[in-house]
Design a protein around this ligand. Structure first.
Ligand code: DAH
Length: 348
């Protein structure tokens, strides 16, 4: 066979030989077979010297063509195999640095804390400051400074939990309401006073659907020049509309607290029936919800705190977040708040 035909055949068959190589070392063997000493290309190159003169350029050109083409194909295949092998290696040696996600159950604030926060926010929006005081309180602040005489029945052991007996100035008890913070705050601050006081309170109550010996209150106190009863009503109406909705109305009924004069109980129109559905699930048809105690600060309380009742006046109120939450969410027993049953707590 003449060398040109041999080289052409070599060119024709080279692609399938090269394509068949699956690894770099197999490709090296193919390279030897196609371009090595004993290959067609190798043989023809060696025989060049013995060729007739006129044949030589033609065979030489074909030899170059064949070598170039085959070399290009080999290079291309080599690149391809190298890429493949690198990819395999990367896959083999890859380390998974990710961890399975661990999901933690998401907590939330207790419904009582949520209720307190919401009430406090409304008053903070009106410019009130948030104050607090000790839960183990002196009888003086809990009672005497609040115009509550030593003979008052609430001071009996049947109502109040005492930690230490004695003179009111050093008699220690678990505060029965948040009102002592009124006296403490006024004692250490000059008027004007606009405070709200959330906190825990204690009474010798037996547990039933509406009583717990440990519960919460939110106290409010405003003392300034020219504070009058309509300021009290307007402030609490604003609060009721923010808390229960803009349709809310309030009504004040005469009452008695030692530290306010006059004193009142405040009712809010029922948010469920808007004051008029017989047998309403929230108000039972009464149309009104009894919510809190309030009144104008008794001049004796201002005086005990060192304020001049002829110069300043004020109003105060006290509400129970447990009661607010029960009314608002239709909760039938106060005990749910302390059962710590997540099926209950998770609803809020
Ligand atoms: N301290 C009262 C109680 O525990 C609630 C209360 C009523 C607070 C009238 C006040 C008030 O500040 O003015 O029942």
């Amino acid at each position: 066979m003449d060398p040109i035909a041999k080289l052409d055949e070599s060119i024709t068959t080279a692609p399938e030989n090269i394509e068949a190589a699956e690894t770099l070392s197999a490709l090296e063997e193919v390279e030897t077979r196609l371009l090595g000493k004993d290959s067609v290309v190798g043989e023809v190159r060696r025989s060049m010297g013995g060729l007739e003169k006129e044949l030589r350029p033609k065979v030489g050109a074909k030899l170059n063509e064949a070598t170039g083409l085959i070399q290009d194909l080999l290079d291309e295949k080599r690149n391809e195999l190298q890429d493949q092998e690198l990819e395999l290696q990367l896959r083999d040696e890859a380390i998974d640095v990710t961890l399975d996600a661990v999901s933690f159950p998401r907590g939330r604030l207790h419904i009582i804390q949520q209720t307190i926060d919401e009430v406090i926010d409304i008053f903070v929006g009106l410019g009130y400051q948030v104050a607090d005081g000790p839960e183990a309180e002196l009888a003086w602040y809990n009672f005497d400074a609040l115009n509550t005489p030593s003979t008052h029945p609430s001071r009996l052991e049947s109502d109040t939990m005492y930690l230490d007996w004695g003179d009111p100035r050093d008699e220690v008890l678990l505060r029965t309401h948040t009102s002592p913070v009124q006296a403490r705050w006024m004692e250490s601050h000059e008027p004007p006073v606009y405070i709200v006081v959330p906190g825990r309170t204690y009474r010798t109550d037996t547990v039933d659907a509406t009583h717990l010996p440990v519960f919460h209150q939110i106290e409010g106190l405003a003392v300034d020049e020219n504070i009058v009863f309509s300021d009290l009503k307007g402030t609490l109406l604003h609060w009721a509309r923010e808390f229960f909705g803009p349709q809310s109305q309030v009504r004040l009924r005469p009452s008695f607290f030692p530290f306010t004069e006059p004193s009142a109980e405040m009712d809010v129109s029922c948010f469920a029936c808007d004051g008029g559905e017989p047998g309403c699930r929230v108000c039972g048809g009464a149309g009104w919800l009894e919510l809190l105690g309030c009144g104008m600060v008794d001049p004796n309380v201002l005086e005990a705190a060192g304020y001049d009742p002829n110069r300043v006046s004020g109003f105060a109120f006290g509400m129970g977040p447990e009661r607010l939450a029960m009314v608002r969410h239709g909760i039938d027993s106060i005990k749910h708040f302390i059962d710590n049953d997540l099926r209950f707590l998770g609803q809020f």
